[in-house]
Design a protein around this ligand. Structure first.
Ligand SMILES: Nc1ncnc2c1ncn2[C@@H]1O[C@H](COP(=O)(O)OP(=O)(O)OP(=O)(O)O)[C@@H](O)[C@H]1O
Length: 254
């Protein structure tokens, strides 16, 4: 499949703060960079501000002060930053192809036939070439998540944001979709930021891990594990060691 975007963007957070009306400071003066073309996991205890930071990057949440920008900036106003939620939230009255077509119908200037061709190609890439005509109620949980990923990627975004995307899936599916994410990251040349509570997932899938605590980035940990990141790596001593490092970072406020 031809991907038009030639490069990803870095995400820069400049002293960004979000304080809600009730005084909760969910994000507190964060200065951070999410490097272009890399996968960053965002981990931390419940309520530390992960989702709020992701929503800020997506433009779904306004900062109280400071800002977030893409570098280089988005070329088009829409479709450059995609968001995948834990629940695939597909439109129940549209089949898989219709769901993936939706963002193109909103932002693309291509003809209907070109849009359908594009949506079908992305569905092939996520392994649903034979299920394009299925309605959401005819899809398994894993298949719905694949449609959700295809819908996010069909506009060829520079940035893919994911909020606990695989948390609702069983272990086997979770591993399979993790591997699919790595394939899509490579095929689409993406900058990915993924919120996860799963330490093994953060070790396996990311280049760096940002540890959040109480609205701040407490630690940025480069992931030294070698590539390819497959099931065999999980059984190695170095994987176990790094798992321990991340686990400790969540326990000890630094
Ligand atoms: N709209 C809102 N109004 C007031 N407070 C909010 C709002 N949204 C989130 N919060 C609060 O901001 C803080 C950070 O919430 P956020 O959802 O970003 O945390 P999180 O790290 O993603 O949590 P979890 O891991 O449980 O999903 C929490 O104290 C939460 O209660």
């Amino acid at each position: 499949m031809t991907v038009l975007s030639s490069h990803a963007s870095a995400i820069r957070c400049d002293n960004v703060t979000v304080e809600f009306d009730d005084g909760t400071r969910a994000v507190d003066r964060i200065d951070a960079e999410f490097p272009a073309g890399k996968i960053t996991s965002l981990i931390g205890p419940s309520g530390c501000g992960k989702t709020t930071l992701l929503r800020l990057i997506a433009g779904l949440q306004r900062p109280t002060s400071g800002g977030v920008r893409l570098d280089p900036p988005a070329a088009q106003p829409a479709g450059e930053v995609a968001f995948v939620f834990q629940q695939p939230s597909l439109l129940p009255w549209r089949d898989a192809l219709g769901n993936v077509l939706l963002p193109l119908e909103l932002v693309s200037r291509d003809t209907g036939a070109q849009q359908r061709e594009r949506a079908a190609a992305v569905l092939q890439t996520v392994g649903l070439g034979d299920a394009m005509g299925r309605m959401p109620h005819e899809l398994s949980g894993g298949m719905k998540m694949r449609v959700s990923l295809a819908r996010a990627l069909v506009t060829e975004p520079r940035v893919l944001l994911m909020d606990e995307p695989f948390a609702a899936l069983d272990d086997m599916l979770r591993n399979a979709l993790g591997q699919l994410l790595l394939q899509l990251w490579s095929d689409f040349s993406l900058t990915v930021v993924m919120v996860t509570h799963n330490i093994a997932e953060s070790c396996l899938l990311s280049h760096q891990i940002q540890v959040m605590q109480q609205g701040s980035i407490a630690q940025m940990i480069e992931n030294p594990l070698p590539w390819p990141r497959n099931a065999a790596l999980r059984r190695t001593a170095e994987f176990g060691m790094f798992y321990g490092v991340i686990s400790d970072s969540l326990r000890e406020p630094s």
